[in-house]
Design a protein around this ligand. Sequence first.
Ligand code: FMN
Length: 419
Amino acid sequence: MTRNHSLLVTGGCRSGKSRYVLSRFHNFSGNKFLLATCEALDEEMAARIEKHRQERDDSWTTVEEPLDPARFFRQNPESTDLVVLDCLTLWLSNLLMHGMNETSILERADGLIAAIKSSNRTTAVVTNEVGSGIVPDNALSRAFRDLAGKVNQQFAAAFDEVVMMVSGIALPVKHPPVPFTGSLSLKNPNEFPEMEKKGVYDAIYYRRDMRHFLPDPVHPETLGRILDAAHHAGSVGFMQPWNFIVIDDPEIKQRVHENFKQANEQAAQKYSGEKKELYSSLKLQGILDAPLNICITCDSSRMGPNVLGRDTMPETDLFSTSCAVQNLWLSARAEGLAVGWVSILDVENLKTTLQIPENLHPVAYLCIGHCESFYREPMLQNKGWASRLPLKDLVFYNRWKGPPGDYRVALPRKPEESH
Ligand SMILES: Cc1cc2nc3c(=O)[nH]c(=O)nc-3n(C[C@H](O)[C@H](O)[C@H](O)COP(=O)(O)O)c2cc1C
């Protein structure tokens, strides 16, 4: 989170807004201020305030500002603190109850936005989406609803980032601008709309290699869609070297499983001591549990001896097949289907079992089916076998291990949840 960042968190009542803000700034290193706009005018409100207070740890200082939260920013203009204003709608209701009219309140909201934006600190404002329900039956409530909608729009337009909470899940509504100091325009008319873009990234970040499956069958239409997604992968010279062998015969699966068991025993011999013990404890396939297995093969002869782009790099037919596997894996994730890749197999034995011609290469043997839930992180990471390398150590500039020059990649800040 950069300094000067402004975040608006909106959503319905009990949608998880305050909890999201707390978790989002859990590791914030500076002073943390909670700018509370609520007044404990009755017992119910006092209990709510107390509940929120209990959710925050000692690192927070609470400042109560039911009417003029901008004062805090005016009085502390320059600081590296974090301020969370919770919440905007209560502030509006306080102003209404003090007899202010809509125009004056909208002006005050402008003033608060200006105070926040000119202050050098990270600020999160919590608000409510109050306009989605039925039309309130009295004029004051309708005025409040309309005012809240207008002020939310003011803040959303001015703030760097907007998140909408729905049933405890944070949906990005407005992405923070990518910090970039160069002269390139960041406006791209070809990009997907926000939610579609999010779907693509979700498929990428929430894809997992799965080894636990439910016996429920895979719907043939779903399988058709993910195979078609695989078939739309890029391939060298557009040679589309893949074939998909869909396996549901228990006898064939049994033979592949035997193949795995033998190969796995041999693989375990490569390790010793604790590492061997850990290896032997890992579940590395779901061949029999998954209702379907798919073997994806590469036919190097698909387009004859000369293939555009492959003549210079012969392995690119295998790379292309891998692209198809990845397409299948991601689309399966979007469909809620688990995929597990098994490479601990003797290739010749597998070819014999599946009657794959001599000149073809099995690239991937996949287990596919439904699962109870997806692992939250790579199983090998969870079991302490390996962990994700820092991306920044893997990016070079202009030559092997070259440092950045004028241009430096802005790597995304890690989302709080680890994938
Ligand atoms: C080419 C390839 C072969 C793999 N072979 C196996 C395997 O034999 N057994 C297994 O349990 N996982 C296998 N995996 C899955 C990896 O262990 C897994 O992708 C990695 O640990 C990262 O986890 P994630 O896919 O959940 O992000 C394979 C993955 C790839 C890409």
